[in-house]
Design a protein around this ligand. Sequence first.
Ligand SMILES: [Zn+2]
Length: 329
Amino acid sequence: MKPLRVLYIGGTGRTGSTMVDQLLGQFPPYFSGGEMAFFWSRGIEANAICACGDAVRDCPVWSHAIASITEDPDQLAARMVALRKLFRWPHIFAMWVPGFSRARLREIHDIPANAERIYNDVAAEQNVEVFIDSSKEPHYSYILREGSELDLRFLHLVRDPRAVGSSWKRRRAEAGLNSGEFMEQRSSPIASAFYMFSNIVSELFWRSKPDRYAFLRYEDFVADPAHILEVIGDFAGTPIVADAVLDGLSFPIGTMHTSWGNPSRVGRTSITIRQDDAWRTELSRCDMIMLTVLNLPLLLHYGYPIRPSGSRRSTLRSSRLRRADLSKR
Ligand SMILES: [Zn+2]
């Protein structure tokens, strides 16, 4: 049996990944599982609300997947959460130390092994060819790639760092929990540190696999969603015919089962594809300067203008999925 293809949306948070993820999930046999890196902590331990409206443990899709595991789900979730603590941001650079990487991957092998079981169960039950995991965290994609038989393909999604920084400043309630929690907020310096780190690490982890890595700017996706969806389909190995998806139009979405992610995933019935340029007026002058200066290397690398009113560099290299270009680096 061929290994399941997993389209991993990676990079950093607040890049418009929820919209890309949800749209892709409208084209079966694509299936959007949400941010699966948090399946054990949010999905099982906190029993968060799935996008279908049921709690994850009651959702017909996830309850079946959980039942397919022979171990007690509470004990397993606690073990998975504990293992994740062995591979967090501070450990990432140690992965290039000879010997450490292999030893640590052996230690946390249960993480990719159990993720693979869950993905495969959903795939078998829902006739899925491409499972979409929008976890973003590049180090989690590395664990999955190195510790499972999954056919992982990394879609590196980026967005103008000032739009990302502006989104991190907004105060929004979590929709998937009953505890009244709010989404994490980050100051401009912290958001910039994560932006630089996550995106650089994404490229470092995947530069050795150019045929399984694709790069996409959110702004280019929004400018021509039908075309980009079709190119993503080519990259993921299952064609997508998306001529009904157009910039500025609402696209109806059916019942989804994203287990965790942005609160906007819950109860949504349609998606309006738009650039969302509110950051241009929402950011203070101080934040605008900080986000521009602190992210300058990647801002230029990804073809964004230094002046917010400028236009993006619109070359083939930076404006489309460009795995072919990246393979030449
Ligand atoms: Zn569900």
